[in-house]
Design a binder for this molecule. Structure first.
Ligand SMILES: [Zn+2]
Length: 280
């Protein structure tokens, strides 16, 4: 029987936050069985906690933001993805500001932080959820369906972006910790040049640079070094989806078919899964 897991010790990672441009540190700590994933704002009085649940999501534009009371935590999806992939059920994630460091725009630095902390087996069985029936979240160009599969989580994903040199992109992936580090975690975030100009004009993306994201412009992708994969964008979208659906509050199993996924529908799907879990 698979048991719940936490990190074996503490580990941290520092860098620049994407939107504010401020220096930020994130630090993971072990947590007891059945704690779940909890973010803690250690920079605020009383160190308020925010549970990583779809019911606490307050914003899904350009990233997933969760909040409880006056404490909010932005851009949780990359950390959540690495925790889900590593099978971490219980963890305290300390934040010294509202945003974690963006790093290179991938989840690899978070994965490596978890590996530095180590993974520890706990004393109660792991909780998985798979739906009994297909669960949908659709709207605009996005169409998601999670089909029942009690054995594993797999994601079949298609993306399409205008001006992107490789389009559409497709990738099929079955979640497993070591292959995640090779195939999914290195996929960097990306932004369309016209969106980037708009974000900069309203004072967002202060920490943005080609160190932190790839930019799609005029039929080309501009990034540091070279693309890590020809289909790097779709791999990043799979990474985001693995993180967002973990907001259902436990590890998810099923076959996820995702056409043009994004945070709004990923989180809607996680919310439906959370409600189904709570109704059982
Ligand atoms: Zn992302």
């Amino acid at each position: 029987m698979e048991m719940q897991q936490t990190v074996a010790g503490s580990a941290s990672f520092s860098g620049i936050a994407l939107h504010t441009g401020a220096r930020a540190t994130v630090k993971v700590h072990p947590a007891a069985e059945n704690t779940g994933i909890i973010f803690r704002r250690v920079d605020l009085p009383g160190k308020p906690e925010v549970r990583a649940l779809a019911s606490n999501v307050v914003d899904v534009q350009r990233g997933t933001t969760i909040a409880e009371g006056k404490a909010d935590v932005h851009t949780v999806e990359h950390i959540m993805s690495a925790l889900h992939a590593c099978g971490i059920d219980n963890c305290i994630v300390d934040m010294d500001g509202m945003e974690p460091p963006i790093a290179d725009g991938s989840s690899l630095p978070y994965y490596e932080m978890i590996m530095r902390a180590g993974i520890k087996q706990q004393s109660v069985p792991a909780v998985y959820f798979t739906p009994d029936i297909p669960v949908y979240a659709t709207g605009g160009k996005t169409s998601l369906v999670l089909l029942p599969d009690a054995e594993k989580l797999s994601v079949s994903c298609v993306t399409s972006f205008k001006n992107c040199p490789v389009d559409p992109q497709f990738y099929q992936y079955e979640l497993e910790r070591e292959s995640y580090a090779r195939e999914i975690a290195p996929g960097r975030t990306f932004v369309d040049y016209s969106d980037l100009r708009m974000l900069l004009s309203v004072g967002l993306c202060k920490g943005g640079s080609l160190d932190a994201a790839a930019v799609i412009h005029d039929g080309a992708i501009i990034c540091k070094d070279r693309l890590r994969f020809e289909n790097e964008i779709v791999r990043h979208k799979i990474m985001d989806a693995i993180g967002d659906i973990f907001l259902a509050g436990c590890r998810i199993r099923g076959k996820l078919i995702a056409v043009c996924p994004g945070h709004p529908k990923n989180v809607e799907l996680a919310g439906k899964l959370l409600a189904m879990r709570n109704a059982k």
